[in-house]
Design a protein around this ligand. Structure first.
Ligand SMILES: [Zn+2]
Length: 367
């Protein structure tokens, strides 16, 4: 996981966040700011950088944290008395932003950490907010992401958004503000974080040891942290390009190691392009030649609905491996594959298209 705080040289770890940070520092007139950023752009790092800058005791000209003062060092040590970071439990464990009531790792290692921000997490925070700020620069609450708030936690938070104690500021992140309670949305000033320019993202990824990231960056909608995550999960450009043909062939291990949400995310992209190609358009994530021939729009539409339904289910009670195998089988059926009368040999990239009279060339664009 890349660093997320402003370092001792005053540098942001994710360079494309520099401009949004300055905008956030200039724009935050109210007490609550909602940072709207797609996943994979570093919303958590931006919220933390904003909190660090507000708590910095010697900020630069544009208000960005210096990275060296006592306030910055306390934030870097995750020990600043005026900073509360509310994350889902799984992210707290991953990043070290533990809450006072979190047991040290090991005590409850057998339980899977929650992906939600729960009412108890928020309640503890609300008590903390009403105590006096220790270092005189007010208090900062970072809440990431708003989508992880369960309904009880969201309504507890609402009260604070209505009447926050003087000197307290909240930074809330979300990927889609339309999915938030309108009452939460209306109490926050909103700031949209755009994806970085491709050159900036590719240069940063090269610095992370990922050369030629262009294909994966396009496959990830321009989100650099998603590319990093994919590469750590063993997905490179070649494996990505081969995914549709592997699914058609019904290879059970094609999504091995993926969680259900990760598998659903990948399959939604295959499904999106299969629908586009079946409707006579071009692909967004794959070249049209990488899609199988003979696609059925009704079968693909039903598959998309099923994937979207699964995408809305946050927690999955069944075995992940079995569920991912079932997803691969469903993908194979929807894409018209299977080992029945066709056989997988004819399903390698390019094969079916020649048979269907479709030229195996670059992606065709819808006119
Ligand atoms: Zn500082």
């Amino acid at each position: 996981m890349p660093a997320e705080l402003i370092d001792a040289d005053g540098r942001l770890p994710l360079p494309w966040l520099a401009a949004p940070l300055v905008r956030a520092l200039g724009a935050a007139r109210g007490h609550a700011l909602l940072l709207c950023a797609a996943p994979g752009l570093g919303a958590r790092a931006l919220a933390l950088g904003l909190a660090q800058s507000r708590l910095c005791e010697a900020p630069g000209a544009e208000g960005v944290a210096c990275g060296r003062c006592a306030g910055c060092r306390l934030v870097q040590a995750r020990a600043h008395p005026d900073l509360l970071v509310l994350l889902p439990e799984n992210e707290r464990r991953e990043t070290g932003w533990l809450l006072a009531d979190d047991k040290p790792e090991g005590d409850d290692a057998r339980r899977k950490p929650s992906r939600q921000i729960r009412i108890d997490d928020v309640r503890g925070g609300l008590d903390w907010i009403h105590k006096t700020a220790a270092r005189g620069r007010g208090k900062m609450v970072v809440l990431h992401p708003a989508e992880a708030l369960n309904p009880h936690a969201a309504s507890a938070l609402l009260k604070t958004l209505e009447e926050p104690p003087a000197g307290t500021r909240l930074v809330i992140t979300c990927s889609d503000p339309m999915h938030l309670l309108p009452t939460v949305r209306s109490r926050c000033q909103q700031l949209v974080v755009p994806p970085p320019e491709a050159a900036v993202a590719e240069a940063w990824l090269a610095g992370q040891g990922i050369a030629d990231a262009g294909v994966l960056l396009a496959a990830c909608d321009g989100r650099p942290l998603d590319v990093l995550d994919w590469r750590q999960r063993g997905i490179d450009a070649a494996r990505w390009a081969a995914l549709p043909s592997q699914l058609v062939a019904g290879r059970p291990g094609v999504l091995a190691g993926a969680s259900v949400p990760q598998a659903v995310e990948l399959l939604l992209k295959v499904c999106h392009d299969a629908l586009a190609v079946a409707a006579g358009g071009g692909g967004r994530y794959f070249a049209a030649m990488q899609m199988p021939g003979g696609l059925s729009l009704p079968a693909l539409a039903a598959w998309r609905d099923e994937l979207l339904r699964l995408a809305r289910t946050a927690e999955h009670p069944w075995s992940e491996a079995l569920a991912v195998d079932a997803l691969v089988a469903g993908a194979c059926r929807a894409l018209g594959g299977g080992a029945d009368e066709r056989g997988s040999a004819a399903r390698e990239p390019g094969g079916p298209h020649a048979r269907d009279g479709r030229a195996p060339t670059s992606p065709r664009r819808a006119s």
